[in-house]
Design a protein. Sequence first.
Lengths: 361, 292
Amino acid sequence: MGGNRTTRLPPPPFSVQKNKRKVSHVTAADTKAAGPPVPVPRAPKGTGPRPAPDKGISGSGRKMRKKGELLPYLLILPALVAVAAVYAFPLAKTVIMSFQDMGRKELWTGESPPWVGFEQFTNILGDGEFWSVTGRTVVFMVVCVGLTMGIGLLLALLMTRLTTWVRLVLTAALVAAWSMPLMVAASIFRWLSDSDYGLINTLIAKVVGEDFLGHNWFLDPKQGFAIIALLVVWGAIPFVVITLYAALTQVPKELEEAAALDGANAPAVFRFVTWPVIRPVFTMVATLSVIWDFNVFGQIWLLRGNKPEPEYETLGLYSFSKAFESTSFSQGTAIALITVLLLSGVAVYYLRQLMKTGEVE
Amino acid sequence: MSTSTAPSPAGAGQDLRPDRKKSRWHYDVIGLLTAVLMAFPVYWLVISALRPNHEIRSYDQTLWPSSLTFDNFARAVEQENFATAVQSSLVVSVTAVVGGMIIATLAALAIGRFRFFGRKALLMVLILVQMLPPTAMLIPIYAQLNAIGGLDEYWGLIVVYLVSTLPFAIVMIRGFVVNIPVELEESAMVDGCTRMGAFRRVIFPLLAPGLAAASIFALVNAWNEYLFAYILINDNSKYTLNVWLMTFTTERGTDYGALMAASTLIALPVVVFFMIIQKKMATGLTSGAVKG
């Protein structure tokens, strides 16, 4: 078994492409050779992620600034202003509002709301409902991410073993599912699970023989969340499969074959050859899924006809209904802030993954 | 194993991929079944849109309709505010994308071509803001727009969409910028082009495919967005298409036939665009450049 060889595997797909083309910088390149000569691996097909600039150049950053000192700042200025206006400012305002008590009156009169310190947070954290909503959100996220990543990985592996035309058919199906706007996808699933004329009930009645006609899937939140999870997972799988498949095509065939010839069975080949190569991509996709599924809003909102019952509230909806139904905007922002804090760990982890693979350079 | 493809498991020494050849047939069947499952909701959307209404309101749903009709489409198009909704969606998303692409290209050039203080921090911020939960943004933006009279106005929505395209568009376009050899730009400048001229004559044409991909992606995102549209616009005649879809559900129930027809109409341009940029998207997404 060539197990030990895994440590000597070529670097993950992204770093393979890192040196694809050397990037020099306008003036830095004039004065300085761009780092030590690196053997350039044959570039894989496709555009691939951008090559990271050579580390060797970074020392000359100061020289750079002398010449084009202002230009880059001028170029990013509009973007900076825009991002500040629509992200940074609202985020700051979320923080501020969480320590105030802004209700309907303050919204319409424009009076500045009174400061209440940590009252919103103590209220929320002392409310049993908050904890059950948080628990529900976490469980829902874990189930969705688990299903998405599990099925996604299996399908991606399956795709490497398909005949070309079957793979094309499957890709087309995935892209079709992927391209459904959320609103449309939710409408389809609402129609499929309709209690009177929905196909799901008809099929269960016909195939299983149970009397399911008129069955309302959303009376019991467990069944309701099953339908919602189905929608979420169905919508997320195409992205996961296509991304993981792209990573799998970077796994050197020779290595897999060599391992197989050396007597490794299929699971061992996967474990020691394939997995190490696709792991960075897998981790990144999984992290993104965690964030997305934690923030699931639209699917639940739309399947519950724009007014989800309390049993269907996840953190996002809970914050929304506090703000817009109970018009306690400060409660809403405080819950949103707690969500941001809960997710910040995941976000930082994601960022570190990106930096490791050389995406942020 | 009814196919005759696998030559001989016995002579395994010859066959470098014995496993693969032997059971491809087997995998292909699973692959096709998966394709059917994944595509089924889309099929159901289209077929329900084309089905006569009496079959929709029936306890006996059939996989294939007895006849095809465009009645549902007619009802969908005649639904109140259809024309204004199309107009709203087009105005808002096209303006947002055009504005967004200009700003994003400038920023991407700066990040891809220059090394300046704060460059890495800027990239990180751009990636991080994409992970903020929508409600964290929605409440303060709503309050702010309310204070400055931006509710029920296209421009409020346009600004929100424009900026939300920026993070991924900048990261994505930057990827194309760093792939254009700087030498091209330099030689243009040696030959007498100004920096602007070099950009216009050399960089821009090479950047065009990247810009096209990024703008299609941005367009699709803006076209599909509905939460901000729902909250920030209350005027029926300014609803975007996604919000307009909700008008098919009334107290008396949902007109599923018309809803499916309208949904088909909304999804159609997106599907076409997706097919065009599908390849690019996969690479863009692997690099964490894009938020779905």
